[in-house]
Design a protein around this ligand. Structure first.
Ligand code: SF4
Length: 365
């Protein structure tokens, strides 16, 4: 049953899957055990629980509307209001003798740590990006090393995302192709589209999707899928002009669908629908070295310079413009600046969240 649940959750992870909210024991926690916060996306809860097997902790599941932490926080569905509500309604204060929360790092675009601390009186620490690093984080005294603060997107995760894209798209396109042209072109078209999506995710870390060469990459993938499908038709003895036209249309449509915003479905790349003419700007005079931005940046863009006690932007090309650093800076020392000189102040970033087209239009105050 658990395997079936995992397959279903993986294939249909684009849909919200709500699990129960509240405080749940993992292992045999006592009054001194850590309290780890997560969102109520079923797959997340299952994976965090699995990663914490062998530990004795409390898991505080907040209402992220059944959406994973990264997407929920970025889209305004998981905010500090939800964490504050979870602390107040879960009776966690009756179960432990401390007031220490561990927040998921990927919630930093939406959960303002300062607001949680002010409203609850609890101290909040940022956990690592990946749940699998939680046991090591706990053993080190709630400290994440630099590698654990950055998003990794290994092949296994990328293939899962490929499944998420193909699960709804391929059957629909397959049905359309079947209705238009019969069973063989439908199967070949579906296989070609699946190969395109798999190739895209397999090569994602090396493909320049967010540069002016992105269009060329998508064109190349469509062409490769077409060539693969043509080879299948040849093997089946069905290489006809009609079948090739159907295959070409399937490859163009399939590639077009994933190209809309495949980058935005991962914390590795900035959303394709974001404008590309703005950057994170650091106002050095305002920086007091709190370094909250360093702790929440999922792309290892920022470092703390201990000599001058200031943060520095050292890997600007890695930035995915998520805004987490801006949201968490207690001194408002970071903001977005457009190439034409316009700036987006921290108050605006905190007040608004991204809609499905990557625009900051959703007001969460
Ligand atoms: S530096 Fe860029 S990637 Fe890092 S938190 Fe800030 S906006 Fe996000």
């Amino acid at each position: 049953m658990k395997l079936l649940d995992s397959i279903f959750d993986t294939a249909f992870r684009f849909l919200p899957h709500r699990s129960k909210t509240g405080l749940f024991p993992i292992g045999d926690p006592d009054r001194s055990s850590p309290v780890i916060v997560t969102g109520n996306y079923t797959l997340t809860v299952r994976r965090v629980s699995k990663a914490l097997q062998g530990e004795d902790v409390w898991l505080l599941v907040t209402d992220s509307r059944g959406i994973n932490v990264w997407c929920a926080a970025g889209g305004g569905h998981l905010t500090h209001h939800d964490v504050i509500a979870a602390v107040r309604t879960s009776q966690v204060a009756d179960r432990v003798d401390h007031q220490e929360l561990i927040l998921p790092q990927l919630s930093a675009t939406g959960v303002e740590r300062n607001r949680v601390e002010e409203a609850t009186g609890w101290h909040a620490t940022w956990g690592p990006v990946h749940a699998t690093d939680l046991p090591a984080f706990l053993r080190r005294g709630r400290h994440a090393v630099r590698e654990e603060r950055a998003v990794r997107f290994p092949m296994s995760d990328r293939l899962q995302m490929a499944v998420m894209w193909t699960a709804p798209m391929v059957p629909i396109l397959w049905l359309i192709l079947w209705a238009i042209s019969g069973p063989l072109p439908a199967v070949v078209g579906a296989v070609a589209i699946t190969a395109i999506v798999l190739g895209l995710f397999a090569g994602m870390p090396w493909l320049p999707l967010r540069t002016h060469r992105g269009l060329l990459v998508y064109g190349g993938l469509a062409l490769a899928g077409f060539a693969f499908g043509a080879a299948l038709f040849t093997a089946a003895g069905a290489l006809t002009t009609r079948n090739l036209i159907v295959l070409a249309a399937a490859c163009v449509v399939g590639t077009g669908i994933v190209s809309v915003d495949v980058a935005g479905s991962t914390p590795l790349l900035s959303s394709s629908v974001n404008p590309s003419d703005f950057r994170v700007e650091l106002l050095v005079d305002r920086c007091t070295g709190a370094a909250q931005c360093v702790l929440v940046c999922p792309r290892d863009v920022l470092v703390m310079n201990g000599h001058v006690h200031k943060v520095e932007i050292v890997r600007p090309a890695n930035c995915i413009l998520c805004g987490a650093c801006i949201v968490q800076c207690p001194e408002d020392a970071l903001r977005f600046r457009f190439d034409d000189g316009r700036v987006v102040e921290p108050a605006t970033i905190r007040r608004t969240r991204l809609n499905l087209l990557g625009k900051r239009t959703i007001d969460v105050t």
